[in-house]
Design a protein around this ligand. Structure first.
Ligand code: ZN
Length: 237
């Protein structure tokens, strides 16, 4: 399987290299009674990061939830097609539709029984998708992959959710594809070793690594200092 972000070999939709850039934006664990006649308490969880949606939910291959199975799941966030409120097990339940149109195409319906933070959840998905789109573009650019801008698609199918302003605007007007970010030119001056502050993306990371190399090559940083600064940078990411 190929990583949906950078295209390198991966054991799941997102490869380990890309997963290193993951930041959790929302997570929740809860307990709900599941089953037919004999109801059993089951643990559920969901997490939304700037790259993936994952957790343990009821998963089905059809939107009615027939033969749904409680299982772990992990998908590339941009494959979340929509969230909607449906009737599942006789109760109003949040359903997340995940669709992969690429290689091994599938549609998966994930049910979150007894989950009561629908608004926070859909807003977090919107926020995370915006971040995932720009992160994906940057990863692809830095790995030399020809990249068409990643579109942040609308996530909500029903009016059952209260969207925040940004998500609402996106839902009302399909967002035009974001312009490709122009990489910041590395400053010529190397008189400061200003590496404070958390770098937020790969281009920043690369700029900083380049800067460190310049400092080392000019004898401003010793080999040891260079390695130490590099380690610090890597740990930030
Ligand atoms: Zn990858």
């Amino acid at each position: 399987m190929k990583c949906l972000i950078c295209g390198s070999d991966a054991s799941s939709e997102v490869c380990n290299k890309c997963i290193r850039l993951e930041k959790i934006i929302y997570q929740k664990e809860w307990v709900s009674k599941e089953g037919g006649l004999i109801k059993k308490s089951e643990d559920f969880r969901v997490a939304i990061s700037n790259l993936r949606i994952s957790g343990r939910v009821s998963i089905s291959d059809n939107p009615k939830g027939t033969n749904a199975k409680l299982d772990n799941f992990s998908h590339y966030l941009m494959n979340v097609r929509e969230c909607s409120q449906v009737t599942y097990g006789g109760k109003k339940t949040l359903m997340v539709t995940v669709e992969n149109k690429g290689e091994g195409a599938y549609t998966r319906y994930c049910f979150l029984p007894g989950f009561d933070e629908g608004d926070q959840f859909v807003n977090a998905i919107f926020d995370a998708k915006t971040k995932a789109a720009s992160l994906t573009e940057r990863i692809r650019q830095s790995s030399g992959m020809a990249s068409t801008p990643v579109e942040v698609t609308q996530t909500v199918a029903s009016s059952d959710f209260n969207l925040n302003a940004a998500a609402q605007a996106a839902a009302a007007t399909p967002r035009p594809a974001a312009p490709a970010p122009t990489p910041a030119a590395a400053p010529a001056s190397s008189d400061t070793v200003a590496l404070a502050g958390i770098a937020t993306d790969i281009s920043e990371f690369e700029t900083k690594i380049k800067k460190l190399k310049v400092l080392r090559d000019n004898g401003i940083l010793s080999e040891e200092e260079y390695e130490a600064e590099k380690k610090k940078l890597v740990s930030i990411f």
